[in-house]
Design a protein around this ligand. Sequence first.
Ligand code: SF4
Ligand code: SF4
Length: 242
Amino acid sequence: MLNLTRCISCGSCVKACPSGDPKSILADDTKRRTACRDNCRLCADACPSGCIEVAGRTASVEAVMEEVLQDEAYYRHSGGGMTLSGGEPMSQPCFSCELLEAASKAGIHTAVETSGNGRREAFLSAAPFVDLWLWDIKLMDEELYRAHTGGNLQVMLDNLKAVAESGADIHFRVLYIPELHDNDCILAATAALLREYPSFSAEVVPYHVLGNAKRGKLGLPELRYREPSEGEIRRFSEAVGV
Ligand code: SF4
Ligand code: SF4
C-alpha cells in the first residue's frame, strides 16, 4: 500500500526496486500487474518512512488456528466465531477449506463471506465445515454483473443453488448502490431470487465510501457512486422484500 504523505524523497525505494520507480509503479494498478509481478516487496523494506507498507502476510493453517484459538473463550461467551472474508475466501479454496475444517473440528463457529463466484467443487468441499454463509447479492443483471465485478452471475446462482441444496445456512447480503440498483428489472430479479430462498435471512448493505482511501493506496481508481439516503434504503428494502 502506498501512502506518500510521509515521503521524504530519499530515493531508497528506487535503488531497491528491480523494475523502476516504486512510487510510479504502485500508484497505478495496471503498472503493478505488469511491473510488479513477483511482489518482491524490496521497496517496502527499503522505505524509512513507512510510506510503502505490505498489506497481508503468508500464514499456514496451523498458525491461523493458533491465533483463532486464543479467542476461543470469548467466542463461546459472545456466540461469535471465525469469519473468512476478503477479497474472496473461495479464491484460495484449499487454504479456506483446510482452515474451516480445522476450526469446525475445534468446535469454533465458522462463517464465510463470499461473492458466490468460484469453483462449485470448492464450495461443496467447504460446505460441511461452514455454519453460516454470508452470501453477496451484488447485481442481478448478467451484463452489469460482469462489467462491475468481473464475475459471472450464472456461476454465482448455480453455486448458490448447490450450496443451498447441501443443507447450508445462508444469510444474504444485498448490495444497494442507487445508481446501479434503482432499476425495475434489477429490483424484480433481486426480489424473485430472495423469494426462491424463503428460509434464509437477508439484509440490505448500502454502499459506503469508506473503501476509497484503501483503493487509493492500492493504486485503484476511486469509486464514484454516492451513498444512499435513509429513504432510498427503505424504499429499496421494501422493493426487494427485505
Ligand atoms: S514490490 Fe518489488 S518490483 Fe514492485 S515496486 Fe516494490 S521493489 Fe519494485
Ligand atoms: S523510500 Fe519511502 S520515503 Fe524514500 S522516496 Fe521511496 S517512498 Fe519516499
